[in-house]
Design a protein around this ligand. Structure first.
Ligand SMILES: NC(=O)c1ccc[n+]([C@@H]2O[C@H](COP(=O)([O-])OP(=O)(O)OC[C@H]3O[C@@H](n4cnc5c(N)ncnc54)[C@H](OP(=O)(O)O)[C@@H]3O)[C@@H](O)[C@H]2O)c1
Length: 167
């Protein structure tokens, strides 16, 4: 089993703004979909709020202490550990052997000590935001692939899609 973090981060460590993404990168969203499809995904309640619907073709697991969320097609966990247990129980019917932690900052911070794969989109700009990636130490990781993408006119940022494994 692999616990993977999937994240997009600017050069100054920003991952979010006003409970949304501070960029519009359709190419990265396509990569996100292709990478996570068929697998369990774990997200924090604020990220759930920002997405606003279950992502299709994946078991959506929402971490919250409130127990107030109701929606068809999702599972609720009251801690990151119970979210992981739920995700593991879904692996039998999943596409592969991989659990994805899809954010946001609070959940990434809890996931990093356990993660052994990082799908990191490096947004090659300094971006204004209010949420920063925490718990990521580049020295703990070795980059195994790195593909460059030039900004489409609608995107505004060049970016690199990287895969890193824990050293
Ligand atoms: N760039 C990227 O790749 C990326 C990916 C995902 C999200 N984001 C961005 O990140 C931002 C959101 O991140 P965030 O850090 O503010 O919020 P978050 O991590 O998405 O969610 C935080 C919430 O998760 C719940 N939670 C966290 N730890 C918990 C625990 N141990 N046990 C139970 N519940 C727990 C709490 O929910 P309750 O308050 O309900 O108890 C908490 O308020 C947004 O701007 C979003 O767009 C960026």
């Amino acid at each position: 089993m692999r616990v993977a973090v999937i994240c997009a981060m600017s050069r100054n460590g920003v991952i979010g703004k006003d409970n949304g993404l501070p960029w519009n990168l359709p190419g990265d969203l396509k990569h996100f979909k292709e990478t996570t499809l068929g697998c369990p995904i774990i997200m924090g309640r604020k990220t759930w709020d920002s997405i606003g619907r279950p992502l299709p073709g994946r078991t959506n697991i929402i971490v919250t202490r409130r127990g107030e969320i109701e929606s068809d097609g999702i599972k609720i966990a009251d801690s990151f550990e119970s979210a992981l247990d739920l995700a593991k129980s879904c692996l039998a019917t999943a596409r592969g052997n991989e659990i994805f932690v899809i954010g946001g900052a609070q959940i990434y911070k809890e996931a990093f000590p356990l993660a052994n794969r990082l799908y990191l989109t490096r947004v090659n700009s300094f971006v204004d935001g209010d949420t920063y990636l925490e718990g990521f130490d580049e020295a703990d990781w070795i980059e195994i692939s790195n593909k460059s993408f030039k900004a489409l006119s609608s995107e505004g940022h060049d970016y690199n899609i990287c895969v890193l494994d824990r050293r």
